[in-house]
Design a protein around this ligand. Sequence first.
Ligand SMILES: O=c1[nH]c(=O)c2[nH]c(=O)[nH]c2[nH]1
Length: 296
Amino acid sequence: MAIVLGPNQYGKAEVRVVAVDRSTPQHSLVDLNVSSALRGDFSAAHLTGDNAHVLTTDAQKNTVFAFARDGIASPEAFGIRLATHFAGSYPWISGARVAVESYGWDRITVGGQPHDHAFRRAGAEVRTAVVTADDSRLHVVAGLTDLVVLKTTGSEFWGFPRDAYTTLAETRDRILATAVTARWRYLGTDLDWHGVFDTVRTTMLEAFASTHSLALQQTLHAMGAAVLETVPEVAEVRLSMPNKHHFLQDLSAFGLDNPDVVYHADDRPYGLIEGTVLRDDVPPAEVAWQGTPGFV
Ligand SMILES: O=c1[nH]c(=O)c2[nH]c(=O)[nH]c2[nH]1
């Protein structure tokens, strides 16, 4: 038996960089969490500790800060800049993946006016971009995590088989709530990144709201399909959607009725509905998805 070195990569994870634009009295800020990972011939470092091929993770971190000095146009553009730079930096580096998380900040309003330089975190939702430079091809997968949505009607769930352990009552009207985690792969690498992101996000929200849901699975498909119909630059959409159950609370112990008014929002367990919606005329690009956890 021989022991061989298998696939490997290395980089700096979770570089937290905040860039402030002070070019006008109304400041703006970009708040990112950037992770880089390099692939290539790093066998000597693993086998003998010879670091001649190791572009240090410290230098990777420094590159993130240095590139931020020129401005961070968008998570996608910043990721493309970094991934292209790393992949081209030494002959033995064959590819790079740069993952960017972007945290939103809204202006605080004071007396009804948006403040020039005071902000509050925009909630749990995170915008993401993963750029993979591989064999001189670039792949961009954008997305969002924890877009929490709820509708108070327009959701049914019935017609499921009843085995020995099925107790769930059929319902023709229920609360539907989820925290959308979505990733979508672009066909282009030179797009209006903010504009196309906003279109995808709005399209998913509108599809969630306007689809009369017979199952969260159906809603998931409708959201992905709406994105593909609306945005030709998107090749595939992967969605992970927990079913955040809301159970009608029994108030009879207090002599009260409960005509669909008071619910218990349960946090666990939750149904987890995941799926991919894709065009059938576009070649797959699995390399673009490597390292994206939690998606089928
Ligand atoms: O939309 C739903 N899909 C399911 O698969 C499921 N299973 C369940 O218990 N409730 C629901 N709701």
